[in-house]
Design a protein. Structure first.
Length: 424
């Protein structure tokens, strides 16, 4: 019996994916567990594997877009079953109960005739934003389905003076495709505001709109902690990981959240839901200079992990994030986030934006030596700047200050718990 290949959901915001690469050709024999298709959403990529052995029948071509839960291919159990599909790309596939888009067996859409129009949600949104009448277009997807590239082509055609997909309006003289700037500035390039960049932007705006953010900043004296870290570096080969100050702060944050659970909560539907699990997200910038966006993989049950285990997990998740190989489970379930924005050695303080529906985020700045007063004398100490943004609807300033006090004891090693646990 044929087995369907159905697009999975890749995160909360992903409704449409791109089929970036079929790993096997039409009709090829594949074995259970073989990589069969790479798909990409706004913030993640995913490799689909064959659930059974058999012969591959492709329904959606490489490069096409597909909605979540769409049947994009079928694996026939036998050559005879594959032959019954027509062996080439337009045979019907068993219909998924949750399929959100048409399969190849459905009739082609009719433009402006009352027939059903097939268009991806992303293409529909782009058409609305750019005033494109998509009913006038011929889609390049299966059975004429309109996809992102079709809207892009319609926008380009309108700019060049052609009319497909342009809503009726008075004729106007041809204009330059370059945007007019009253200050006389010339344009170097335009970067489309979509995909991951748009998802990040919308999430940040949503966070500012629904939260009551308050940011508190200061410095922690890491004089004692620096001695611990020097010892960790000296025993790096034995520990199996190079422990960073960011690892130490994630360790300390996870313990502070365990001691003050209110900061480990979310305000949802008029309830402050205090979570039992302490899952710490770590912000990771993508691209050589962070130009490709930001993802937040999550260290699950961080309060139950040793410092060494946390360090190994940050390395693993960071590498997968930069390779754009994170799976949805690795980016979900966070209860608090740590952002090491000072890792490039430039900034000290920031106003980090809460990663909703969490209620707090700690930004770590650039570690630097500063003169401080200790025992009525001036000494030079390694100081770590921090910026805590908390949701004032959940925690008032006094509560946030209490949390920072717990974190101070852990980070500055005035707590016996640190010396007892940090090596284990």
């Amino acid at each position: 019996m044929a087995e369907q290949l159905i697009v999975p959901k890749l995160g909360m915001a992903a409704a449409v994916v791109t089929l970036t690469e079929w790993k096997a050709n039409e009709g090829a024999r594949i074995e259970k567990g073989d990589a069969v298709l790479d798909i990409e959403a706004e913030k993640s990529t995913f490799e689909m594997t064959a659930p059974v052995s058999g012969y591959l029948h492709i329904l959606y071509p490489q490069g096409a877009e597909a909605d979540v839960s769409t049947v994009v291919g079928v694996i026939a159990e036998t050559e005879e079953e594959y032959a019954s599909f027509g062996g080439g790309g337009n045979a019907p596939a068993p219909k998924a109960e949750t399929a959100a888009t048409p399969t190849a067996a459905e009739p082609a859409p009719a433009a402006r005739t009352g027939g059903k129009m097939f268009i991806s949600p992303l293409a529909r949104r782009m058409a609305k934003e750019h005033g494109i009448d998509y009913a006038a277009l011929t889609g390049s997807g299966p059975n004429g389905r309109i996809q992102r590239q079709d809207i892009d082509a319609a926008i380009a055609a309108r700019q060049s003076g052609q009319v497909p997909g342009q809503r009726s309006q008075p004729a106007a003289p041809p204009v330059s495709s370059a945007p007019f700037d009253p200050a006389g500035r010339t344009l170097k390039e335009t970067i489309p505001y979509r995909g991951m960049r748009k998802v990040i932007g919308e999430n940040m705006l949503r966070s500012l709109a629904i939260n009551a953010p308050n940011t508190m900043s200061g410095d922690y004296d890491l004089t004692v902690m620096a001695k611990y870290r020097d010892n960790f570096i000296a025993h790096e080969s034995r520990l199996g990981t190079r422990i960073t100050y960011a690892d130490i702060m994630i360790w300390a944050v996870s313990r502070a959240l365990r001691q003050f659970p209110l900061m480990n909560s979310s305000l949802i539907e008029n309830e402050i839901r205090v979570w039992d699990a302490v899952n710490v997200g770590m912000a990771v910038a993508l691209g050589e200079h962070g130009e490709k966006g930001l993802v937040v993989p999550v260290i699950k049950n961080a309060d139950k992990l040793s410092l060494v285990e946390i360090s190994k997990e940050t390395k693993r998740l960071g590498a997968r994030a930069r390779a754009e190989q994170l799976i949805p489970d690795e980016m979900s379930g966070g209860t608090f986030t740590v952002s090491n924005f000072g890792s490039l050695g430039v900034s000290s303080y920031s106003t980090p934006i809460i990663n909703s529906p969490e209620s707090g985020i700690l930004g770590i700045g650039r570690l630097q030596k500063k003169p401080i007063v200790r025992n009525d004398g001036i000494v030079i100490a390694p100081m770590l700047p921090y910026s805590l943004t908390h949701d004032h609807r959940v925690t008032d300033g006094a509560a946030a200050e209490y949390f920072l006090g717990i974190l101070k004891k852990l980070a500055e090693n005035t707590s016996a718990e640190l010396s007892e646990l940090i090596l284990f």
